[in-house]
Write a protein that binds this ligand. Structure first.
Ligand code: SF4
Length: 407
């Protein structure tokens, strides 16, 4: 199985904290769609015929496009026969609630993709989710919706330069629910300088009251060269308060647990059965194809990333060419990748896997380094599988980098 990520590089405006590749100008919206369709045709071989079981439209802001435009892109992922006769969306509500397991058909046999039993996600900005938009979504294969809410408080949204209001976020969830969609995730940000632990608690309570089965919550990070970094440097914005951010993260872990959410990854919480299959596959080392400028690709042995330049991306594809950089992963990089992704998730980092995939010197190195964090209570170990403790999750980046191999 494998996944496809499609990066939509447009936003209505740039959020102050954002360092993703996206442009506020939308003048290349049409040529971009043509380019990405060409990229699908050109890169089909990267996944070596592996069946595709998830598609994820992220960005940027995919909802700058009408649903039908994105559906047309998706149709290009299917085999030529199915493009002519795309499978109809499954009308049963069970399909929306519980995407079935991956297509077991062997590699290269017949179709590589069928919409019926797959997870197909679109990231939506709340201001785009109108009654009309949701009506149009019903004619597409999308069955999972990730809403960029960030906060339910206007002051926070204004300070982040978000392009929507809290009321639009609440309305978006309501409209999706009214349409019968239940597989909804909301993104929240904690540690916003304009916020407080008390307000974060209110944010969480509002999120729980919406009855959504998935929450992604990220700490506000001040990335270099962003407007937020510029404003903090010039004292036009309060800096992030580390203590308050830690308090909010602890609150997040405890409150989501009380509400029956499972923390299946450091920043991701779900009700049973509602984990994001696409993202879980990333963390489990499943191959994926990334389309669009700045998108990344992984097929088990190499990593590729597209140029983060929209005009260049479009020009090259118009000539039938893709512009990407590629690296073949060394054993040390594969080990680092495994340690980083496994420790972030509920599956933990297995010594047995390290021994069988990377042999003795590396497993010994891991054991020596991990023992330091076991003693400090930042890692725990059960039957040879290592996990970050709740305290350890606060230092995840530091711990994983200490476990990394350098070449
Ligand atoms: S909507 Fe997302 S991608 Fe676009 S500017 Fe804001 S954070 Fe960045």
């Amino acid at each position: 199985m494998s996944g496809i990520y499609i990066h939509i590089p447009f936003c209505r405006r740039k959020c102050h904290y954002c360092n993703f590749f996206s442009l506020a100008s939308q003048k290349l919206k049409e040529p971009f769609l043509d380019a990405v369709k060409k990229e699908i045709a050109l890169t089909r071989g990267y996944l070596a015929g592996e069946p595709v079981n998830t598609i994820y439209f992220g960005g940027g802001t995919p909802s700058v496009y009408r649903p039908a435009e994105l559906q047309e892109v998706m149709a290009g992922i299917d085999s030529p026969d199915s493009i002519k006769n795309p499978s109809p969306p499954d009308p049963s509500p069970d399909c929306i609630k519980n995407p079935s397991p991956p297509d077991p058909s062997p590699r290269g046999e017949g179709r590589i993709f069928s919409a019926i039993d797959k997870e197909i996600t679109i990231e939506l900005n709340p201001e785009d989710v109108t009654e009309e938009y949701v009506e149009e979504l019903k004619d597409t294969w999308f069955n999972r919706f990730s809403l960029g809410v960030q906060s339910f408080f206007e002051e926070d949204l204004i300070s982040l330069n978000r392009s929507h209001s809290a009321a639009q976020a609440l309305n978006a969830v309501k409209l999706l629910h009214n349409a019968g969609y239940e597989n909804i995730s909301i993104d929240l940000i904690y540690g916003i300088p304009s916020s407080t632990p008390a307000r974060w608690q209110e944010n969480l309570e509002i999120a729980f009251s919406l009855n959504v089965p998935h929450i992604s919550a990220y700490s506000l990070t001040v990335e270099p060269k962003t407007p937020l970094a510029w404003m903090i440097d010039r004292q036009k914005s309060e800096p992030v308060n580390d203590e308050s951010q830690v308090e909010q993260y602890k609150m997040l872990i405890n409150k989501t647990k009380e509400q029956g959410f499972l923390q299946y990854e450091i920043s991701n919480f779900c009700k049973p059965g509602h984990h994001a299959i696409h993202n879980t596959n990333y963390w489990n080392g499943v191959p994926y194809l990334g389309l669009g400028p700045s998108a990344h690709n992984f097929n088990g042995s190499s990593r590729r990333w597209n140029v983060a330049n929209l005009s260049e991306y479009i020009t090259r594809l118009a000539k039938g060419d893709c512009l990407f950089e590629e690296e073949i992963l060394t054993p040390a990089q594969k080990y680092n990748e495994y340690v980083m992704t496994s420790l972030r998730t509920i599956r933990g980092c297995s010594l047995e896997q390290i021994i069988s995939n990377f042999q003795f010197p590396i497993s010994n190195y891991f054991l020596n380094r991990a023992s330091v964090f076991l003693k400090r209570g930042l890692l725990s170990e059960t039957s040879g599988v290592y996990f970050l403790t709740d305290e350890g999750k606060l230092f995840a980046d530091m711990i994983t980098s200490e476990l990394f191999l350098t070449e």
